[in-house]
Design a binder for this molecule. Structure first.
Ligand SMILES: Cc1cc2nc3c(=O)[nH]c(=O)nc-3n(C[C@H](O)[C@H](O)[C@H](O)COP(=O)(O)O)c2cc1C
Length: 389
């Protein structure tokens, strides 16, 4: 894949870092747009105290000159303001921790990570396993969204379930036979969701979601949920049927599944398609002319045969409940073997609205990679000339 991305950084280390290699030259970056995406990730009813401490901003230390990409690796850094409280316990050189974490949280990386790396202080696992890491993904996504926008590609999303509270509003049920109207309806849904602190544009369901979160918080419990992500303006021809690792659905699936806590990803109708006859699933072809082939519906979610088909991309992802509980589940001290309640760390009760923003970033990464592959990369001009359909 032409785009190479590395991220690094512990939750309470000095900073988070990302390097993007393979970005074309000639892309004007808007700094405000990047910080706007980071602020969106920090939103959400049911988030923990950490989000009040951090107010993320991106510093760029390579790959940019006068606000324009050079084609060389772009390095992004986000400072951890909470670092001040952790200087001793998370020191890079000399330091000490008089309160090591010994009791793994069921559902988090603590136990599996300790077994893998041999750590006896679980903090050495959980600092990187913390979803603080997703701030770098959102920063990378914020750069790549600007690249995609040069090609008329737009990404948005909304939350459709928090615990048992769910809305019937879905990209899946919107009429897709009139392209302009379909795209307007998708944008409207996302626009309404952006106003909501649970990421849901249906006010009645949003209230129910908040109640679910309040109840979970009062019970020392946590919640997961489901979000949908859409990409508009995606040209036909991204990805390939030719080999499994070049399929666009596989790339999007991997990108979304890599978000901490995501346990299922669907494209288009997803699992629902398995119980319906073909006549009700497959989208009639009404005209084949690019750039907007006419289809009667979009149950395929914009991908057929691993290739984008010119329709909006529709993705859904399900997140498990947050593993850190204030009413902790049974666990075991890994040093003494004593049975006790799992470790508690300052935590979100529900992070689905934030995960939705991370989902948009991951979709941007998968699409930008496929677009650079399709168009040759190197410079923005060359990419635009390379897109000949
Ligand atoms: C944006 C975001 C915020 C999260 N916040 C927390 C949190 O505060 N506490 C927690 O225990 N898990 C949180 N999680 C979930 C854990 O990161 C996730 O459940 C954990 O990594 C294990 O999931 P996995 O088995 O899918 O890797 C968050 C996830 C995301 C995407």
């Amino acid at each position: 894949m032409p785009l190479r991305i590395l991220t690094a950084g512990e939750s309470h280390g000095p900073a988070l870092t990302a390097i993007i290699e393979g970005l074309p030259a000639g892309l004007h970056l808007d700094r405000e747009a990047m910080d706007h995406q980071l602020a969106r990730r920090q939103r959400g009813y049911g988030r923990g105290g950490r989000m009040q401490i951090e107010s993320d901003r991106t510093e760029i230390t390579s790959g940019l000159r006068f606000g324009v990409t050079l084609g060389s690796p772009l390095t992004l850094t986000i400072a951890n303001r909470d670092r001040e409280n952790w200087r001793e316990r998370m020191a890079v050189w000399e330091g000490s921790d008089d309160d090591p974490v010994r009791v793994p949280r069921p559902g988090h990386a603590d136990l599996a990570g300790a077994l893998k790396y041999g750590h006896r202080d679980l903090r050495s696992v959980l600092e990187r396993a913390s979803a603080r890491e997703t701030a770098t993904r959102v920063a990378v996504g914020a750069v790549l969204r600007q690249l995609l926008a040069e090609f008329g590609i737009w990404i948005g999303g909304h939350v459709i379930r928090t615990g048992m509270a769910a809305t019937g509003d879905s990209f899946r049920t919107l009429p897709a036979d009139n392209r302009k109207q379909y795209e307007t309806l998708i944008r409207d849904l996302c626009g309404r969701a952006a106003e909501s602190d649970v990421g849901c544009g249906d006010p009645e369901t949003a209230e129910m979601m908040k109640k679910e979160i309040d109840n979970a918080m009062a019970a020392g419990d946590s919640l997961g949920g489901v979000f949908e992500t859409a990409a508009l303006g995606v040209p036909a021809g991204l990805g390939s049927n030719g080999m499994w690792d070049r399929r666009l659905d596989a790339a999007i699936g991997a990108a979304m599944m890599s978000i901490p806590g995501i346990k299922a990803v669907e494209i288009g109708l997803g699992t629902e398609a398995a119980s319906l006859p073909g006549s009700r699933v497959h989208d009639p072809i009404l005209s084949a002319a690019p750039p907007f082939p006419g289809r009667g519906s979009n149950n395929a979610g914009g991908i057929e045969g691993g290739i984008s088909n010119g329709q909006p991309l529709i993705v859904r992802a399900a997140m498990k409940p947050i593993p850190t509980l204030t009413g902790p589940l049974p666990s075991v001290n890994i040093e003494t073997g004593e049975k006790t309640g799992a470790h508690r760390e300052r935590s979100d009760v529900c992070a689905v609205p934030a995960a939705e923003v991370v989902g948009e970033a991951m979709l941007a990464i998968a699409l930008a990679d496929a677009l650079i592959e399709r168009t040759g990369g190197d410079s923005l001009d060359r990419m635009k000339r390379g897109l000949d359909i």
